[in-house]
Design a protein around this ligand. Structure first.
Ligand code: SF4
Ligand code: SF4
Length: 402
C-alpha cells in the first residue's frame, strides 16, 4: 500500500467524513494504536482496525464488505478510545455494513429478527395475544410473590407515570427476570404499565448500519409511548437498547421524545436515593465484580448508576482490570450474539473477558445488559469459571425489602 492514495470517489468515502469528529477517516495517521487496543485482534483471528480504516480510505469498498473483519467487529469502540484522531470504529463499520453491496452478508438471524420486529412488533415474533397471555399468567403468580392479592403486572394502561420496555428474553426464556422487575416497580408505589405495543427494547437494525430501519424501530417505541401519555420510559437492561433509545435517540429520530428515558438500574437508584426502595445487602454476603457493557459505558458514559446501586445491594462492588472506558467487551457485541452461527467464535472473542473474570478470584459477577449477561454466562460454562452472573437490577430485586 506504499503508493496508495485516498479515494474520495468511493461510495463509502462519500458516506464518511461528514462530521467534525468520529468518521473522519482521511485524518487517519496509520499509527496503529487502534490495533493495539482491539482485544479480539489479539486472539485467534479478529479484525484489524487500522486495516478497516485504510480500506475505507482507499476506496476498497467491495474488499472490505467481503472481508470477515467488517462482520467480526464487535463495534465495542475500544480501539476508538485510543485513537488520537477520534475516529469512531462504530461509525465506520456500521456505514460500511449499510452499503447496498453488503446486503447478502448480513446474518440471516438478524434479517429475520428485523423483519419480525417491523411486521409483528417483536424480534421473536411474539404476537400481541401471546404477550397478554404471558403477562396475565405471570400476574397471577405475582400475587404470591409479593403476598398481596391486589398486586398485578399491569399492561396497556393509559396515563401511568412509568412504562416498562422489556427485553424480548423477559417474555420468553427469562420470565423470572420480568417478575423481578415487576417487584421493584411494585415497591416504588408509582403507577406503571407494560404495553402490548412495547415488547422489545432491542434495535437490531443498529448492527446493520441501516439508519432508515434504525429510525423506524426507534419510532415504534417512541410514538406509542407518547400516545400512552407516560412521563418516563424505563428501559430493560440492554446495552445497544440504552445506546439507541437513550444516548442517540434524538439524533436517530430527529427530535426530542415526549418523555424522559431511564434504564432500570437508573430508576432503581433514583428511588433508592429517595429512600423509597430499601435493600438488605446481607442477602448477597460477598463482593461482586462489575462488567461495563460497551454500549452503556464506553459508548454512552453510563458508568456510575450500576456501581452506585451495587454498593447498596451487596458487600460491595469490585472492579475488573481494566474497566470503565478501557473495559474489555464480553465478546458478543456488534450483532454477534444475535447470530446463532457464532457460538464457538464467541468463546474466542470472549476469552480476554473470561481471563479478566477469572483473575478476580470471585464467585459472582454482574452487569447491566441482558445480552452481556447471556454471553458472560456462556463464557463461565465454557471456561469452567465457577462464577455466577446476574444483572444488577435482578440482584437489586433479590435484596429488596418489601
Ligand atoms: S488509532 Fe486512529 S489514527 Fe491511528 S491507525 Fe487507528 S484509526 Fe488511524
Ligand atoms: S470496535 Fe472493538 S472489535 Fe471492532 S476493531 Fe475496534 S476494538 Fe476491535
Amino acid at each position: 500500500m506504499d503508493n496508495a492514495t485516498i479515494n474520495k470517489t468511493s461510495v463509502l468515502y462519500k458516506m464518511l467524513n461528514q462530521y467534525p469528529l468520529g468518521d473522519n477517516i482521511s485524518e487517519c495517521l496509520t499509527c496503529g494504536v487502534c490495533n493495539s487496543r482491539c482485544t479480539w485482534f489479539d486472539q485467534e483471528g479478529g479484525p484489524l482496525p487500522r486495516q478497516i480504516i485504510r480500506m475505507a480510505a482507499l476506496g476498497l469498498d467491495e474488499q472490505l464488505v467481503n472481508s470477515n473483519m467488517l462482520w467480526d467487529c464487535l463495534i465495542c469502540n475500544r480501539c476508538t478510545q485510543g485513537c488520537p484522531m477520534g475516529i469512531s470504529m462504530d461509525k465506520v463499520v456500521r456505514k460500511a455494513r449499510s452499503l447496498a453491496i453488503a446486503d447478502d452478508k448480513i446474518s440471516n438471524d438478524i434479517k429475520i429478527g428485523i423483519k419480525n420486529r417491523i411486521e409483528l412488533g417483536d424480534v421473536n415474533a411474539l404476537t400481541k395475544d401471546e404477550f397478554v397471555e404471558t403477562v396475565e399468567w405471570l400476574s397471577e403468580e405475582f400475587v404470591d410473590e409479593v403476598d398481596d392479592p391486589k398486586a398485578r403486572i399491569p399492561h396497556d394502561i393509559k396515563g401511568t407515570k412509568l412504562l416498562y420496555l422489556p427485553n424480548p428474553r423477559e417474555l420468553a426464556t427469562s420470565l423470572l427476570h420480568l417478575t423481578a422487575m415487576a417487584k421493584l416497580f411494585y415497591a416504588t408505589k408509582e403507577t406503571w404499565t407494560m404495553s402490548c405495543r412495547h415488547t422489545d427494547v432491542t434495535n437490531w437494525a443498529y448492527f446493520t448500519g441501516r439508519n432508515d430501519m434504525t429510525k423506524k424501530m426507534a419510532l415504534m417505541v417512541v410514538e406509542p409511548a407518547e400516545e400512552l401519555g407516560i412521563e418516563t420510559l424505563v428501559l430493560s437492561e440492554c446495552g445497544h437498547g440504552y445506546h439507541t433509545l437513550k444516548y442517540l435517540l434524538e439524533d436517530i429520530i430527529g427530535r426530542k421524545p415526549g418523555f424522559e428515558v431511564v434504564s432500570m438500574p437508573e430508576l432503581i437508584l433514583r428511588y433508592a436515593q429517595k429512600g423509597v426502595l430499601k435493600f438488605d445487602p446481607s442477602v448477597h454476603p460477598y463482593k461482586i465484580a462489575y462488567h461495563d457493557p460497551c454500549n452503556i459505558g464506553r459508548k454512552s458514559g453510563g458508568y456510575d448508576a450500576p456501581r452506585q446501586l451495587l454498593s447498596m445491594i451487596c458487600e460491595g462492588g469490585v472492579e475488573l482490570t481494566p474497566n470503565r472506558e478501557d473495559s474489555v467487551c464480553c465478546g458478543g457485541g456488534g450483532g454477534m450474539l444475535q447470530d446463532s452461527t457464532t457460538t464457538m467464535k464467541r468463546m474466542i472473542t470472549g476469552k480476554p473477558k473470561a481471563n479478566q473474570m477469572k483473575a478476580t478470584g470471585l464467585s459472582h459477577l454482574t452487569t447491566a445488559c441482558l445480552s452481556c449477561h447471556r454471553q458472560l454466562g456462556e463464557l463461565c460454562d465454557h471456561y469452567k469459571l465457577g462464577i455466577q452472573v446476574n444483572t444488577v437490577a435482578y440482584l437489586a430485586s433479590e435484596s429488596l425489602i418489601l
